[in-house]
Ligand binder design. Structure first.
Ligand SMILES: Cc1cc2nc3c(=O)[nH]c(=O)nc-3n(C[C@H](O)[C@H](O)[C@H](O)COP(=O)(O)OP(=O)(O)OC[C@H]3O[C@@H](n4cnc5c(N)ncnc54)[C@H](O)[C@@H]3O)c2cc1C
Length: 474
């Protein structure tokens, strides 16, 4: 697939694999036609910038395209698909330090390090994401309150800037770019290699404590009170009945050092349901339930089945990547896909704000089918989403009929979050405007970001649909 062909691109001769194609976001709710280039070296990245400048096009970076919104879309422009840069360059099982190209996925990473007794310190709910994309958004895991975001575990990265300069950044070297390119949504330069510190673990298992919560208040209290006692904590919230839910709090296991359980075969999620049905087919079966009555039925069934407090052990992969268990589950939302809306609120305002939000959604007939809550802590990255508080992620089905109504409601939610002192995550929300961005990041952070961008990208080549939405056209 890495075959090169010399081609004529807008009267320029260029030597890189490319296609003109329509790319989608993860939720399939947005799409944009673009020129997709797949570079495999720093030189090819620079060549793409040179070409973009000559042809007056903008460039967006794309990892696995798992952002729920327009973060890696660029209507009419160039999209640099980094997934071709996917080599694990160095792995030291003694120190747990790994150096990878930016297109390496979390799946490749855990499969490399786990057999030696290590685990990535921060992972997303899917293992399909690339390290470049994870740094671009500065992802958090179910342990954000304890381990911070992924950026806190990066010891160094290298990057190619649109000027052609190749730089190295660490917390001490080019520290301003370290703290802004991580979280910088690929708008300052292309991260090409990442050096990360893994977490030592003693077992291939994790011990999960599950208990039900009857109200939103009980769920938020559980997260706040439970977090100090666990390595991970996450809540599932039934946002249709509003309040029923379940907490999963987990700890690393130290008394089961069976090396076989650290092997990839043991961890890998089975690809058949009950050993029979290929999981690829499951989303077809789920589709008829992805409407208001169906979601009520699923949520009620899930809550009824989980009212007993219990403890169980499962593999790391099964605990962290539950959403990967059903491949392409997002297609169950139908032709127009889904929007995820995640807001981060201080613990003092979370209950009231989310109660109002969920009541509004219910009243307008726009209920969310899935709610996920987490506990967070702040960090030092420039465009950070995290704070000392909690987050609630809500999945909304998009239809031809509800799209405009949904968009209006989510903009009203943005105002509620701002009023409550909250923050937003640029890998998730689809509505956040430039005005809202400025209000939550503050003028100083926006000015600092723009100043850094002038330095790394003086011709303004790096732009995405997201960038134009949240920072306004350059
Ligand atoms: C099922 C599911 C579960 C998820 N769970 C979580 C979760 O628990 N926590 C969480 O924080 N997020 C979560 N996410 C969101 C996801 O982790 C982020 O959107 C992540 O950025 C996606 O990585 P990607 O490789 O797909 O990057 P993309 O979506 O392709 O890109 C993300 C951003 O990074 C930039 N970028 C890509 N490559 C580079 C590079 N080489 N250099 C610089 N910038 C680059 C892009 O321009 C874009 O702005 C989840 C997403 C899904 C679909």
């Amino acid at each position: 697939m890495n075959a090169r062909a010399t081609f004529n691109f807008k009267h320029e001769t260029f030597n890189m694999k490319n296609t003109f194609t329509t790319l989608e976001n993860f939720g399939h709710s947005q799409s944009a036609p673009s020129y997709r280039f797949t570079p495999t070296t720093a030189d090819e990245i620079y060549e793409s910038f040179r070409l973009a400048k000559k042809t007056d096009l903008t460039v967006t970076l794309r990892g696995a395209g798992r952002s729920y919104n327009d973060a890696s879309l660029n209507g009419g422009g160039i999209v640099l698909d980094i997934t071709g840069m996917n080599q694990i360059l160095e792995w030291d099982p003694g120190s747990g330090t790994v150096r990878c190209e930016a297109g390496v996925t979390l799946e490749q990473l855990w499969q490399k390090v786990l057999p030696d007794g290590w685990w990535p310190p921060v992972v997303s709910g899917t293992m399909a994401t690339t390290l470049g994309g994870c740094l671009g958004a500065n992802i958090h895991g179910k342990n954000n309150f304890r381990m911070g975001t992924i950026g806190e575990h990066v010891t160094e990265f290298t990057a190619v800037l649109p000027t052609g300069a190749e730089i190295t950044c660490s917390p001490k070297k080019n520290s301003d770019l370290f703290h802004s390119m991580i979280s910088g949504l690929g708008m300052l330069g292309v991260i090409t290699t990442v050096t990360l510190q893994m977490k030592k673990i003693d077992s291939g298992l994790i011990e999960v404590h599950a208990w039900p919560t009857r109200t939103l208040a009980e769920q938020l209290d559980s997260l706040l009170e439970g977090a100090p006692n666990y390595d991970y904590i996450v809540g599932w919230l039934d946002t249709i009945t509003i309040g029923h839910g379940q907490i999963h709090a987990a700890n690393y296991v130290h008394d089961d050092p069976d090396p076989a359980k650290m092997q990839v075969d043991f961890q890998t999620l089975p690809n058949r349901l009950f050993g029979v049905m290929p999981k690829e087919l499951l989303h077809y079966i789920m589709t008829p339930f992805f409407n208001n009555p169906g979601a009520w039925l699923i949520n009620t069934g899930k809550y009824t089945a989980s009212v007993r407090r219990h403890t169980f052990r499962q593999s790391h992969a099964a605990f962290h990547f539950l959403l990967d268990y059903i491949p392409k589950w997002e297609l169950s939302y139908g032709r127009n896909g889904l929007i995820q809306y995640q807001s981060f609120l201080p613990k003092e305002t979370a209950l009231q704000t989310w109660s109002e939000m969920l009541a509004t959604a219910k009243k307008r007939g726009l209920p969310s089918y899935l709610g996920v809550t987490k506990r967070h802590r702040p960090d030092d990255f420039l465009l950070s989403h995290a704070l000392d508080g909690l987050s609630l992620a809500l999945d909304f089905k998009v239809t031809d009929r509800n799209r405009a109504k949904l968009s209006k409601m989510l903009q009203e939610f943005d105002q509620m979050v701002l009023d409550a002192g909250g923050r937003f995550y640029f890998a998730k929300n689809s509505e956040t405007s430039a005005e809202t961005t400025r209000a939550f990041l503050g003028d100083e952070a926006v000015m600092r970001f723009k100043k850094l961008k002038k330095r790394t990208d003086p011709d303004g080549l790096l732009e995405s649909d997201l960038y134009r939405r949240i920072f306004g056209n350059s």
